[in-house]
Design a protein around this ligand. Structure first.
Ligand code: FBP
Length: 558
């Protein structure tokens, strides 16, 4: 198979790992904390997770002079990639594989194909040395594929157990986001409930960066994705500053939280960047968002700067209060009217049917939206019931509204400039990129850490590596009980246990640093051009973790 020069070079990269995991595996000991509680709803969650609730936090430490023989057992494990691609996923599998083989060369690893459905439908491939070697330090999830199937029916749970038993698995590792790790928690509990000792471990993956908390500092994939998008934004900004004739409206992936948009803003200093969490907190309407962009356009036009860059988080539409109400009403109505909708032939009929069931305010809003946006809002939900925001062209909606508002300002004599806008969506460009050094190291370390959790006989834990702004040798590996990260949430008409999504904290240093600078960026041309992910060269270029992580630990930068 022909491969690129970079892929060849990246095969030679040896991921850096925490000191504890680079030493002889038998020197690893477990340091256990006190029993834990879930974030809220403790009594309900304790009742739902009878076997796995309340376990202690685990940290791996080195104990020389003792030999931990559990690390050398021959084990059989299965691995699943779940949800959207994130750079570093192949390295998690490589880390798990290398851990298993370092522990005992007779250990085996199976990869379930196309996500959780591989487990419920008994589709897998054995992952051997040559397979793993072909994917080391590469992006994508193509080694075994991924999927968004949710394991939720009693039949699916039973089928998962049957497959795991057939393969004589000791453990399953589920590499996924908040919903997939919720699934891991449910599966761990189910297996024990059925009297099976098969362990289930989770691993924090998502470019969105919203699977984190006090103990999980970051999900892998975020760093590479934001570096890729920031390179592209920097390139577009430099082009804008050269041609001086376009405003670029750039929508960025991140289904719910705005971590990606915030990090890219910190790395590139655009004229405007919206943070959905702030929009919700301030209850800004769609018109107020448009007003803010127009203020920048008008002010910059006074300086003859007819160009600029606006960053829009993918989830924005769901955080603008009137849009959120509309989407919630649509979600409920669509869920309750599946049969009736299936019988209606075209979009016009769908809009008419659904409009009749909406509140007057939502009906008016839906009617006022461009037909394309209305259609996108009505599209199929994903298996978790979420609206597919990556397919809603928010950048185009805003471009159109800004254009109209500027035309009115021109008529009123309040604006004289020219305005030409171009829309972009940066999402898939970053999800499968070659992992940065940070994600290559972090993914591999999470995989090794998952191996230690499995070899130690633990279940219902998520693999965790902390102290990420220090050099990798000083990172601290361990495990966090999945139930500790859970709460109850209202989903499809009932209370469901789920892992709480981490949204942008408006009181923390990353947002405050952005907020302190953005009024200057809005008017001036202060773009930064970060360039591509650096693999070779000085450490301050190649090995930096995301700014969000650094600012959280170092405080506000001015
Ligand atoms: P995960 O939460 O599964 O990691 O997915 C993240 C993401 O890339 C979002 O940013 C985006 O909205 C979504 O996946 C798009 O996925 P799909 O292409 O399956 O619609």
């Amino acid at each position: 198979m022909e491969i690129s020069a970079l892929q060849q070079a990246r095969y030679g990269y040896q991921p850096k790992v925490p000191r504890t995991l680079s030493q002889e595996l038998t020197t690893i000991a477990l340091s256990l904390g006190a029993p834990t509680e879930s974030v809220t709803d403790q009594a309900d969650l304790r009742a739902l997770f009878k076997h796995t609730y309340g376990k202690p936090l685990v940290r791996f430490v080195t104990e020389t002079g003792k030999s931990n023989e559990s690390m050398t057992r021959a084990l059989t494990a299965g691995v699943i990639l779940s949800g959207g691609q994130a750079p570093g996923g192949h390295n998690v599998i490589a880390g798990l594989y290398d851990g298993l083989k370092r522990g005992n060369p007779r250990s085996r690893l199976y990869g379930f194909l196309d996500g959780p459905s591989g487990l419920t439908e008994n589709r897998f491939r054995e992952l051997t040395g040559p397979v793993i070697d072909a994917y080391r330090n590469t992006g994508g999830f193509d080694m075994i594929g991924s999927g968004r199937t949710k394991v939720e029916t009693p039949e699916q749970f039973a089928a998962a157990l049957e497959t795991a038993k057939k393969l004589k698995l000791d453990a399953v590792l589920i590499i996924g986001g908040d919903d997939s790790n919720t699934n891991a928690a449910l599966l761990a509990e189910y297996f024990l409930n059925q009297g099976s000792p098969i362990q289930v471990i989770g691993c924090p993956k998502t470019i969105d960066g919203d699977l984190k908390n006090e103990h999980i500092e970051a999900s892998f994939g975020f760093d590479t994705a934001v570096k890729t998008y920031s390179e592209l934004i920097g390139n577009v900004a430099r082009d804008a500053n050269s041609a001086k004739k376009y405003w670029h409206f750039i929508k960025l992936m991140g289904r719910s939280a705005s971590h990606i948009a915030l990090e890219c803003a910190l790395q590139t200093q655009p004229n405007r960047c919206f943070i959905s969490e702030e929009v919700a907190a301030q209850q800004w309407s769609l018109n107020q968002v448009v007003d803010q962009i127009c203020t920048s356009v008008v002010k910059r036009a006074e300086n003859k700067e007819y160009f600029g860059v606006v960053l829009i988080p993918e989830g924005l539409v769901e955080y603008i209060p009137e849009m959120r109400r509309l989407i919630t009403e649509l979600n409920d109505t669509i869920a309750a009217s599946e049969e009736a909708l299936a019988a209606l032939p075209n979009l016009g009929d769908h809009v008419a049917f659904l409009s009749g069931k909406l509140s007057p305010a939502s009906r008016e809003l839906l009617g006022s939206l461009p037909a394309d946006i209305a259609r996108e809002l009505l599209m199929d939900r994903d298996p978790h019931g979420n609206v597919q925001v990556s397919r809603i062209e928010t950048e185009k909606l805003l471009m159109g509204m800004v254009e109209k508002r500027l035309a009115r300002l021109k008529q009123e004599g309040a604006y004289k400039g020219k305005f030409n806008a171009l829309g972009h969506f940066f999402g898939y460009e970053g999800r499968s990129a070659f992992p940065s050094n940070f994600d290559a190291n972090y993914g591999y370390s999470l995989g090794l850490s998952a191996f230690v959790l499995i070899a130690s006989g633990l279940t219902g834990y998520i693999s965790c590596v902390r102290n990420l702004t220090a050099p990798p040798e000083e990172w601290i590996p361990g495990g966090v009980p999945l139930t500790m990260m859970m709460h109850l949430e209202w989903r499809h008409g009932s209370q469901k246990p789920v892992i709480r999504k981490a949204l942008v904290d408006l009181e923390a240093a990353p947002f405050k640093t952005f907020a302190a600078a953005r009024d200057t960026w809005a008017i001036t041309t202060s773009f930064l051009y970060p360039g591509g992910i650096q693999y070779f060269g000085p450490s301050e270029l190649c090995d930096q973790p995301p700014l969000e992580l650094q600012l959280k630990q170092q405080g506000i930068r001015t």
